[in-house]
Design a protein around this ligand. Structure first.
Ligand code: PGA
Length: 248
C-alpha cells in the first residue's frame, strides 16, 4: 500500500516569524493518521522550521536545490545544506521553476539524480499548460517531462521518488482538475513508470495531485484509486485549511 502524502508548498511566503507562527498553529491540529504530512518553507525558514518540527509528525521539505554539492554557483543551495538542516523532501521542477525561471528537463533531471544520491526524496513536478491541454497534447507533454526528468536513473534508486501531477492551469487559479482527469493522467504516469522501470516501481511510486487543492475538494480527490496525495500551495498557508486537508 502506498502511504498518502499531503505536502504544503509555501512558495515565497512567510518570514521566519510568520513561519514560526504557522507551524506552532499547525502542529496541534494535525491528527495522527497513516499518512505523511510535509511542509516546504522558503530556504531561509528551513532551519527554524526544522527545530520546531523536531519530534512532531510533520516532515520538512524544501522547494528547490542545486544539483552540485558545492562550487561557484552564486545564490544556489546545495543538497548538503538541506541535509544538514534536516530536510527530507525537495520539490523539483515545479511549474513556477519551469515557466518563470526557465528550468528545463535536463537540469531538473540532474537535480533529481542528485537528490536521490544524497538520500533526499525528490517530489518531481510535471504538468501541462492550458494551451497544451486544449491542443490535446497533455499525454505527450507528461511523457516528455517524466522521461526527461528521470533519464539515466536505475530502478533501484527510485524508492524515494515522489511525483506530483500539477496541471499548470490549475495552480493558484481556483480551477481544480476534475478528479477523473487527475486520476487519468496519474494512471498514465504510473504506466510510464512501469514501462520504464518495471511494475514494482510503477505500483509503489507515490503520485500526488496539485492545483487548487482545498479542504472542500481533498476528500473526493483522495477517493480516486491512483491519487496518493496532494501538493498544496495557497491552502497550505493557513493552519486551519492545511490541517483540514492533512486530516481529510
Ligand atoms: P495551489 O498551488 O494549491 O495554490 O494551486 C499548488 C502548487 O503550486 O504546488
Amino acid at each position: 500500500m502506498r502511504k498518502p502524502i499531503i505536502a504544503g508548498n509555501w512558495k515565497m511566503h512567510n518570514t521566519i516569524g510568520e513561519a514560526r507562527e504557522l507551524i506552532e498553529a499547525l502542529l496541534p491540529l494535525i491528527e495522527k493518521r497513516e499518512r505523511e504530512v510535509i511542509v516546504c518553507p522558503s530556504f531561509v525558514c528551513l532551519s527554524e522550521a526544522s527545530k520546531l518540527l523536531k519530534g512532531s509528525d510533520v516532515t520538512l521539505g524544501a522547494q528547490n536545490m542545486h544539483y552540485e554539492d558545492k562550487g561557484a554557483y552564486t545564490g544556489e543551495v546545495s543538497p548538503l545544506f538541506l541535509k544538514e538542516i534536516g530536510v527530507s523532501y525537495v520539490i523539483l521542477g515545479h511549474s513556477e521553476r519551469r515557466h518563470i525561471f526557465g528550468e528545463k528537463d535536463d537540469l531538473i533531471n540532474n537535480k533529481v539524480k542528485s537528490a536521490l544520491k544524497h538520500g533526499l526524496n525528490p517530489i518531481l513536478c510535471v504538468g501541462e499548460t492550458l494551451k497544451e491541454r486544449e491542443k490535446d497534447n497533455t499525454f505527450e507533454i507528461i511523457q516528455t517531462q517524466i522521461y526527461g526528468g528521470l533519464a539515466g536513473l536505475e530502478n533501484e534508486n527510485l524508492a524515494k521518488l515522489v511525483i506530483a501531477y500539477e496541471p499548470v492551469w490549475a495552480i493558484g487559479t481556483g480551477k481544480t482538475a476534475t478528479k477523473e482527469d487527475a486520476n487519468e493522467v496519474i494512471a498514465y504516469i504510473r504506466r510510464l513508470l512501469s514501462e520504464k522501470f518495471g511494475d514494482e516501481i510503477g505500483y509503489n511510486t507515490r503520485i500526488l495531485y496539485g492545483g487548487s487543492v482545498k479542504p472542500s475538494n481533498i476528500k473526493e480527490l483522495m477517493e480516486m484509486k491512483e491519487i496518493d496525495g496532494a501538493l498544496v500551495g495557497g491552502a497550505s498557508l493557513k493552519a486551519e485549511d492545511f490541517s483540514k486537508i492533512a486530516n481529510y
